[in-house]
Ligand binder design. Structure first.
Ligand code: F6P
Length: 548
C-alpha cells in the first residue's frame, strides 16, 4: 500500500530545504559554465524520445536528494501497488489499472480474485470488429448508406483524451470517416456540430463512465431527438448509437442496444480512460491497428516506469522536478508548450489529468496539507504562444517552469517551416536560460544611433534576467506509438507527484459540490421551484429570469 506520511517529515526534505538555499542564487549560465557536459549528464532517453533536463535549476546533488525523497516516500513500492491492482484509490475503494488496458503480456492480473486481462482483450476484440465493419462499409445506417461521420458525446476524461489524440494524429486519419466531439452542455456545441451532419450517415458514440453525467446525457438526448426527427422509427437508433460505459444498466435504460455497449471497469479512472473503450472514437478515426500502436507506446513507458531505477526513471524525475519548483521555489504554475500544431490540445488534456488528480489539499490521513500541491497547468502551441504570453515568462515577476515538446520530423514538410519552428523552440529555451545581461544590452545598443540619454532609459527594459527553467522533450516523429509513450509518461508523472504529496490522486470529490448545487438551481430555473441562496446567487438567478 501507499506510504502515508507528510513529505516534509522526510529527512531528504530538510536536506532539500538547505540545498535550495545554495541553488537559488545560482544562475543557469553559471551552472552551464561549471558543467559544460550538462546535456549529457541530465538527458534521459527511451526509444527515440529525448528528455533534456539540463536547462533546469539543478545539480547532480539536487537530483540525488530528490531521488532520496522519492525513496523515503517509498515510491518503488507505490508503483508496484498500482501495477499489481491494490485498491490505492482508497476513498473510492478501487484499484487503479489503466496500465492493464495496454498490457500485452501473457501474465495474469487479478482484481477481487479474478484475472481481468481476458475481459480487457474481449472488449478490444469487440472494438476491432466494430471498426472493421465501420471502415469496410459493412456497418450501414438505417437507409443502407455507410457511416461517414462519427460523433463522440462525452465530457472530461470521456472527451479530452480521445479528442486530443484524434487531433494529434489527424495525419493518420482514415479517409472515409470524419470525427467530431460534443462535450459542452451549452446547446451551441451540439447545434454547431449537428448543423452540418446527415442523420442517415452519422453514428453517435455516447461516452460516459458513469452514464449519469448531466452534460453527456443531455447532449445524448438532443442527438437522439435530432436523429429521430428524420429517422422517425426508434428501431433505427440501434444502427446509429453505441455507448462506452461501466454502467450497463443505465445505458440499456437510455435505449441503446446491449450489443452496442462497449464496457470498461471501475478500476479505470475517467481521466485515464482513453486506453479503454473510451478510445473507440480514436479507433474509428485512425483504424484499430493505429489504436493498438498507441497502446503499445504506452506499454513501453509502463515497463520503463516499473523497471527503471529512480534516477533514470523519466516520469519519476520529471515529477520530482515539479516538486522541486513547487515546494522549494514556490512556483504556482507550470507551462506546457508543444511546438507541434497537432499537439495543440495537449495542455487542455493535461489540465484535467494533473489538476483533477492532484489539486487536493487533504492528505491521506484526512489532514490539511502544510505544503503546496498541484501547480496550475496551462500552455499553448508554439510559436503562437510566443506572441501572446511569453513576454511574462521572460520578464514577468513569477517563475514559470515549462515543458517544450517537438518532433524532429514534421508531418507536413512544407519548405523551411519546420526548421523555422524548431529554431524558435531552441532559441526560446536558450533565451529563457541565458537571458541578456545589462552589459550585453549596453553593447548592443551602443552600436545603434542613439543618444546616451535614450540608451540609459532603454537599458533596464531590455535586460532579461534569464535563469528560467525549461525541460525539452523531443522525438523523431509524432506517431501513435510516440504519443502513447508521451501521454503515459505524463500519467505516471502525475502519479509520482501524488505519492510524494501524500494525496489521493485518483478521486475527484472537488467536482461534486458544483454538480449538487447545479441540480438544485436547475429545478428553480426549469420548474420554478424556490430555494434559498446568498444575495449574489439569488440576484443572478433573478437577472436570468427577468431577461430570458
Ligand atoms: O468532472 C468529473 C468527472 O467525473 C471526470 O472525472 C470525468 O472524466 C468526467 O466527469 C466525465 O465522467 P463520465 O465519463 O462518468 O461521464
Amino acid at each position: 500500500m501507499l506510504k502515508n506520511y507528510s513529505p516534509t517529515q522526510a529527512k531528504a526534505w530538510q536536506k532539500l530545504e538547505k540545498h535550495y538555499k545554495e541553488i537559488a542564487p545560482k544562475h543557469l549560465r553559471e551552472l552551464f559554465a561549471q558543467e559544460p557536459q550538462r546535456f549529457e549528464k541530465f538527458s534521459l532517453q527511451l526509444d527515440d524520445m529525448l528528455f533534456d533536463l539540463s536547462k533546469n535549476r539543478i545539480t547532480e546533488e539536487t537530483l540525488s536528494l530528490l531521488t532520496e525523497l522519492a525513496e523515503e516516500m517509498e515510491l518503488p513500492a507505490a508503483i508496484e501497488s498500482m501495477f499489481q491492482g491494490e485498491p490505492i484509490n482508497a476513498t473510492e475503494g478501487r484499484a487503479v489499472l489503466h496500465t492493464a488496458l495496454r498490457n500485452f503480456s501473457d501474465e495474469s492480473l487479478e482484481v477481487d480474485g479474478e484475472n481481468i486481462l481476458p475481459e480487457v482483450r474481449e472488449v478490444q476484440q469487440q472494438m476491432k470488429t466494430f471498426c472493421q465493419k465501420l471502415h469496410s462499409g459493412e456497418w450501414t445506417g438505417y437507409t443502407g448508406k455507410p457511416i461517414n461521420h462519427v460523433v463522440n458525446i462525452g465530457i472530461g476524461g470521456s472527451d479530452l483524451g480521445p479528442q486530443m489524440i484524434c487531433e494529434a494524429l489527424k495525419s493518420y486519419k482514415k479517409e472515409n470517416i470524419e470525427i467530431s466531439f460534443i462535450s459542452n452542455v451549452d446547446g451551441t456545441d451540439a447545434a454547431e456540430t449537428l448543423r452540418h451532419l446527415n442523420p442517415e450517415t452519422t453514428l453517435f458514440i455516447i461516452a460516459s463512465k458513469t452514464f449519469t453525467t448531466k452534460e453527456t446525457i443531455t447532449n445524448a438526448n438532443t442527438a437522439r431527438e435530432w436523429f429521430l426527427k428524420k429517422a422517425e422509427d426508434k428501431e433505427h437508433v440501434k444502427k446509429h448509437f453505441v455507448a462506452l460505459s461501466t454502467n450497463v444498466e443505465a445505458v440499456v435504460e437510455f435505449g441503446i442496444a446491449s450489443e452496442n455497449i462497449f464496457r470498461f471497469w471501475d478500476w479505470v479512472g475517467g481521466r485515464f480512460s482513453l486506453w479503454s473503450a473510451i478510445g473507440l472514437s480514436i479507433a474509428c478515426a485512425l483504424g484499430y491497428d493505429r489504436f493498438e500502436e498507441l497502446l503499445k507506446g504506452a506499454e513501453a513507458m509502463d515497463k520503463h516506469f516499473r523497471q527503471a531505477p529512480l534516477r533514470q526513471n523519466i516520469p519519476a524525475q520529471l515529477a520530482l522536478l515539479s516538486i522541486w519548483y513547487t515546494n522549494f521555489f514556490g512556483c504556482q504554475t507550470h507551462a506546457v508548450l508543444p511546438y507541434d500544431q497537432y499537439l495543440r490540445l495537449l495542455p487542455d488534456y493535461l489540465q484535467q489529468l494533473m489538476m483533477e488528480s492532484n489539486g487536493k489539499s487533504t492528505d491521506r490521513n484526512g489532514k490539511t496539507v502544510t505544503y503546496e500541491t498541484q501547480p496550475v497547468v496551462w500552455g499553448a502551441a508554439g510559436t503562437n504562444s510566443q506572441h501572446s504570453f511569453f513576454q511574462l515568462i521572460h520578464q514577468g515577476t513569477v517563475l514559470i517552469p515549462s515543458d517544450f515538446i517537438a518532433p524532429a520530423i514534421s508531418q507536413n514538410p512544407l519548405g523551411q517551416h519546420h526548421a523555422l519552428l524548431l529554431s524558435n523552440f531552441f532559441a526560446q529555451t536558450e533565451a529563457l536560460m541565458k537571458g541578456k545581461t545589462e552589459e550585453e544590452v549596453r553593447e548592443e545598443l551602443s552600436k545603434k544611433n542613439m543618444s546616451s540619454e535614450e540608451l540609459e532609459q532603454l537599458v533596464p527594459h531590455k535586460v532579461f534576467e534569464g535563469n528560467k527553467p525549461s525541460t525539452s522533450i523531443m522525438f523523431k516523429q509524432l506517431s501513435p506509438y510516440t504519443l502513447g509513450n508521451l501521454v503515459a509518461m505524463y500519467e505516471h508523472k502525475t502519479f509520482v507527484q501524488g505519492v510524494i504529496w501524500n494525496v489521493y490522486s485518483f478521486d475527484q470529490w472537488g467536482v461534486e459540490l458544483g454538480k449538487q448545487l447545479a441540480g438544485t438551481i436547475e429545478g428553480e430555473l426549469l420548474q420554478d421551484k424556490q430555494a434559498s441562496h446568498d444575495s449574489s446567487t439569488a440576484g443572478l438567478i433573478d437577472y436570468y429570469r427577468n431577461n430570458r
